[in-house]
Design a protein around this ligand. Sequence first.
Ligand SMILES: C[S@@+](CC[C@H](N)C(=O)[O-])C[C@H]1O[C@@H](n2cnc3c(N)ncnc32)[C@H](O)[C@@H]1O
Length: 230
Amino acid sequence: MSKKIHDMFAQIAGTYDRTNSVLSLGIHHLWRNRLIKMSETKPGDAILDCATGTGDVAITFYKKNKGQGRIVGTDFCAPMLELAEKKSKSNYPEIEWKIEDAQDLSFPDNTFDIATISFGIRNVDNTEDCLKSMARVVKPGGKVLILEFGQPHWPIKPFFNLYSGYILPFVGGIISGDRKAYKYLNTSSAQFPTGKKFIELMEKTQAFSEVYFKSLTSGVCYIYVGKVAG
Ligand SMILES: C[S@@+](CC[C@H](N)C(=O)[O-])C[C@H]1O[C@@H](n2cnc3c(N)ncnc32)[C@H](O)[C@@H]1O
C-alpha cells in the first residue's frame, strides 16, 4: 500500500465530491452511469466497488438494483470511506463499507458477480495485482470493470491538455487547498496505459476469458471490461 497516495486522499476527502463536480462539470456522473450500464447488473447481484472513495458507484448500483442483492464498497482510506458511510446510512443502510487494499482483497474466491474500480486503479502500486485480486473474488463468468482516465485524441487533445495541465490544478487547488493532489491527477493520468495498452495488461493476468473497452468523451475516460475466466 502506498502511504503517500493514502495520505493524499485522506487530505482531500472533505472536498472530494465538490471538487469532482466542479472540475468535471458534472460529467463524472454520466461516466459512472455508463460503467453501471456496461456491467449489465441485475437485482440480486453481489457487487464489489473497490477504491470506492466517497461511495458514489456503490450507491448508484444500490439504486439501480432497488436494494436487492449485496453491495460492498471498499477503500484503503478511512476518511474517504467515512464520507461514503455518512452519505448512505439513512437511505441505503444495507450497503456495506469496508477498509480494504484493492490489491489484496480479503473476500473468499468467487464471492461477487461484479467488481468495479473507478478512478482508482491508476493509484495502486501494482496494476496487475489489483486486477488479479478483483478477478479472484468474482465468480467465473462474472465481470471486472475499470473506469479510468485516458489520453484524449484529436481534436480534444490540445484543449484537454491545457485544461488538465493548468486549469484543473489551479481550480482543484483552490477548492481543496491541495494543488499538488490535482497536479498528480494530471501527471498520473497522462502516464497511465490507455486503450489497447491497458487491455494488454488485463490479458497478461490470464484472469479473463474476454476483454474489451469503450472510450468515452473522445478518450478522456475509458471503461475496460474483463469477463472472469472459468
Ligand atoms: C480518485 S478516487 C476515486 C473514488 C471513487 N471511486 C470515485 O469514482 O469517485 C481514488 C480512490 O482510490 C483509493 N485507493 C487508492 N489506492 C488504493 C488501494 N490500493 N486500495 C484501495 N483503495 C485505494 C483512494 O483512497 C481514493 O479513495
